[in-house]
Design a protein around this ligand. Structure first.
Ligand code: GLN
Length: 484
């Protein structure tokens, strides 16, 4: 029963074919069995079993909520009241939040609950889940060599791929839902900026961050998105846009839809297998009645440098609050300045420090106009580029990543090479657009490959509609079948 999708689990629970308690026990056993993947930072086993018991009673008495009794997982970046939230950092190693994030609150209100808080790159900075203070995460697809699961939501991706939970929540600032989804053979959806409240998420790049579902199927992502979306007075950037019944778009005909193929996404160094996968994806959509149109997004080539100016700038401001006084870890020092400096020196890892340094440098008086202002201008051009393309196409089809998952020890040692992983995903964050990664096939080495769809603002239903065609044609193998 652990390999059922979210929608199947929901239906089987409601029709009492399975119970939430037995399902929860089954996942807890698996989490124990695959402890070496290091998927979770904190487990909530007792709370989960308690919630499962209550859910079974509610189902029996006909009072079930929308996702009643479903065991889920959530990235350790979402504040959970009374449950330790670390953001993968020593800085928050012992931090117990006094309040609940809106996204997790909405999920709990449906009757679903969390088995635990998943591992992640420190403060969501990374593409391989190797910067966590709590250790690396192993991709369940690993065979002879141990693979990275992608990042920064690597724990959530591994938990879903390895059937340690029904579905999980991640966060995406530059690709952290979609890239680990592609590396781990699952579906990852980043909603439109403002679709979900950011209240109670540990902030990284506030103009880029969004929560997103990481699931086994496209329909699951649709059902999950519906419960986490919506206006929240506690987040002034959340939107009042109406929330369609996303799930009803799964399996809907795509006849007549126009799919754009942006030529700039054929970057140097992209593998042949990914180009083939992209071509196959376009052919499937064509056979299903869509029109394939070659398009150009001339400013996309600037997306990565723009992202690596804006995201660190916002991070350097957001992370200023971790000073040893207000939250978490504090190091000793003779003077207050020494306490600040020692706390930040000992509390943050190398990648986080690198981002803070880049951010403070590009925001400093002498460099602000040359870097930050210019990056903001180009951000506008990139967004305009998308808005005009969406006059002639309905969605864009691109690869999610330029390579498949790499093995530990084979990861890029140069940070800039590591940043290239995000080349296809950052554009959607820069322009605030919704995007999804759908697993397509395995490369010659048996590593998952994914394709990405990008839609206009607040048109996530198009991602579900087109994504479910890709999913149906791809028949992506389940982890269990592939790894036996
Ligand atoms: N890999 C990107 C980075 O390191 C994206 C991170 C994210 O989306 N949280 O910044």
């Amino acid at each position: 029963m652990y390999d059922l999708s979210l929608c199947e689990t929901r239906d089987k629970l409601k029709s009492k074919k399975i119970s939430s308690v037995e399902l929860t026990k089954c996942f807890l056993e698996r989490i124990d069995k695959f402890r070496n993947w290091n998927t979770f930072i904190t487990m909530c086993a007792d709370k989960a079993l308690d919630a499962a018991q209550k859910a079974d009673k509610k189902i029996a008495s006909g009072q079930a909520g929308e996702l009643e009794g479903i065991p889920l997982a959530i990235k350790d970046l979402f504040l959970t009241k009374g449950i330790r939230t670390t953001a993968g950092s020593k800085m928050l190693e012992n931090f117990i939040p006094p309040y609940e994030s809106t996204v997790s609150k909405k999920i709990l209100e449906t009757g679903a609950f969390f088995l635990g808080k998943t591992n992640m790159d420190e403060f969501a900075m990374g593409s391989a889940n190797i910067t966590s203070y709590f250790g690396k995460v192993i991709n369940p697809w690993s065979k002879d060599k141990k693979l990275v699961p992608g990042g920064s939501s690597g724990g959530s991706a591994a938990a879903v791929a390895g059937h340690l939970c029904v579905a999980a929540i991640g966060s995406d600032t530059g690709g952290s839902v979609r890239q680990p989804a592609a590396f781990s053979g699952i579906v990852g959806l980043k909603p439109t900026y403002g679709r979900c409240s950011r209240y109670g998420m540990v902030a990284f790049g506030s103009s880029l961050d969004q929560a997103g579902p990481m699931t086994k199927t496209v329909k699951d992502a649709a059902a999950f998105l519906k419960v986490i979306a919506g206006y929240d007075e506690k987040d002034s950037t959340s939107s009042r846009e109406k929330i369609p019944d996303f799930e009803s778009f799964a399996g809907k005909s795509i006849k007549g839809l126009r799919i754009g193929i942006p030529k700039e996404y054929r970057v140097d160094g992209i593998s042949d297998e990914i180009i083939n996968c992209w071509r196959n994806g376009a052919n499937w959509l064509k056979e299903a009645g869509a029109e394939i149109i070659d398009v150009s997004l001339q400013y996309s080539k600037y997306a990565l440098p723009v992202y690596y100016i804006i995201a660190p700038s916002e991070a350097s401001a957001n992370l200023a609050r971790f000073d040893g006084v207000r939250y978490g870890f504090r190091a000793a020092g003779e003077t207050i300045d020494e306490v600040y400096a020692n706390t930040r020196e000992e509390g943050f890892g190398e990648e986080v420090k690198r981002r803070i340094l880049i951010g403070t440098y590009v925001l400093s008086a002498g460099h602000y106009d040359a870097y930050y202002t210019k990056a903001q201008r180009i951000r506008q051009l990139i967004t305009q580029d998308f808005l005009s393309i969406f006059k002639s196409v309905d969605v864009l089809l691109t690869p999610t990543t330029p390579t498949s998952a790499f093995a530990f020890g084979e990861e890029p040692t140069n940070p800039v090479t590591m940043y290239l992983n995000d080349v296809f995903t950052v554009t959607a964050n820069i322009a605030g657009l919704p995007a999804i990664s759908v697993p397509i096939n395995l490369d010659r080495q048996g590593r998952p490959l994914g394709l990405q769809l990008i839609a206009p603002h607040f048109r996530e239903e198009l991602l579900v509609q087109v994504g479910s065609v890709l999913e149906k044609e791809a028949c992506f193998p389940k982890w269990k079948e592939a790894c036996q």
